[in-house]
Design a protein around this ligand. Structure first.
Ligand SMILES: C[S@@+](CC[C@H](N)C(=O)[O-])C[C@H]1O[C@@H](n2cnc3c(N)ncnc32)[C@H](O)[C@@H]1O
Length: 221
C-alpha cells in the first residue's frame, strides 16, 4: 500500500470510517495503477462519473482527467451530465472511474451500459459500490449490490473480463456497522477499539460473505 497516499487520505485508527477506507483506498489504488499501466494511449483520457469534489483526482495527475456529475451542488464537474446518458461520443474514453455513485442512480444497468459505450476497445472501467452501507444522501439512495449483482451488470453491458475485490471482509463490516451506529464523537475511544478488533478478526477469520463494499476493474474487449 502506498504510504504517501494513505497519509494524504488521512487514514487514522480513530476515524469512524477507518474499516471501510482501509480496504477501499488500497483497492482503488490497485485498480487505478493497473488501468494506467495497461492502457494503450498516453496520457489516457479518464472520465470520473459522479465525480463529486473529485477526491481521487490526484491519482490521475498524469492523465487527461475530467469529472462528470449531474449537479454542481456539492460537486465540481467539468462536464454536467447524467451517468445514464453520458454526453460523449462512443469509444472516446480510456478509463471510466466511478466510485460510490451506482447506488444513487435509478437505472444502474443503463449507467454501466453507458460506461461501456464511451470506453475505447481495450479501455477500463473502475467501479466501486456498496453491499452494506446505511442510507445516505436520502432520498437518492436506491441500491445495494451483491458480487453477483455487480457481475450481472458488467455482463449485461458487454464486459467479459474483470477482477473484483471485496473492500474488507465480513468482520470488518460487522465492526464498521457498530461504529456507524455510534454516531457521536464521544464514542471515539470505542471507534478505536472496534477498528482494531475488526481489522484483527478480518485477518484471523477472513470471509467475504458480507463486505461493506466492492471494487472492480473491468476491461472492454
Ligand atoms: C456519494 S457521492 C460520490 C462522489 C465521489 N465519486 C466520491 O467517491 O467521493 C455520489 C455522486 O454521484 C452523483 N450522481 C448521482 N446520480 C448521478 C447521475 N445519475 N449522473 C451523474 N452523477 C450522479 C452525485 O451528484 C454525487 O456527486
Amino acid at each position: 500500500m502506498n504510504q504517501d497516499r494513505l497519509k494524504k487520505r488521512e487514514l487514522k485508527i480513530w476515524h469512524q470510517f477507518y474499516l471501510t477506507n482501509l480496504y477501499l483506498w488500497s483497492n482503488i489504488e490497485w485498480a487505478v495503477s493497473e488501468a494506467i499501466r495497461e492502457t494503450a494511449h498516453h496520457p489516457p483520457f479518464v472520465l470520473d462519473v459522479g465525480c463529486g469534489h473529485k477526491p481521487y483526482a490526484d491519482l490521475f495527475i498524469e492523465c487527461n482527467y475530467k469529472g462528470l456529475d449531474c449537479t454542481r451542488e456539492n460537486s465540481s464537474p467539468d462536464i454536467l451530465g447524467d451517468a445514464t446518458n453520458i454526453p460523449l461520443e462512443t469509444a472516446t474514453v480510456d478509463i471510466v472511474f466511478t466510485t460510490q455513485v451506482i447506488e444513487h442512480v435509478t437505472d444502474p444497468k443503463a449507467m454501466i451500459c453507458e460506461c461501456y459505450r464511451v470506453l475505447k476497445p481495450g479501455g477500463f472501467l473502475i467501479l466501486t459500490g456498496p453491499f452494506y452501507w446505511p442510507l445516505h444522501e436520502e432520498p437518492f439512495d436506491y441500491h445495494r449490490f451483491t458480487k453477483y449483482g455487480f457481475e450481472n451488470l458488467l455482463k449485461q453491458a458487454g464486459f467479459v473480463s474483470w477482477e473484483m475485490k471485496a473492500d474488507g471482509g465480513s468482520w470488518a463490516q460487522v465492526f464498521l456497522a457498530i461504529n456507524l451506529q455510534l454516531r457521536s464523537r464521544w464514542f471515539i475511544p470505542l471507534w478505536v477499539i472496534f477498528n482494531l478488533i475488526g481489522q484483527f478478526m478480518d485477518k484471523i477469520d477472513h470471509t467475504e460473505l458480507s463486505p461493506s463494499n466492492y471494487t472492480m476493474l473491468a476491461r472492454k474487449n
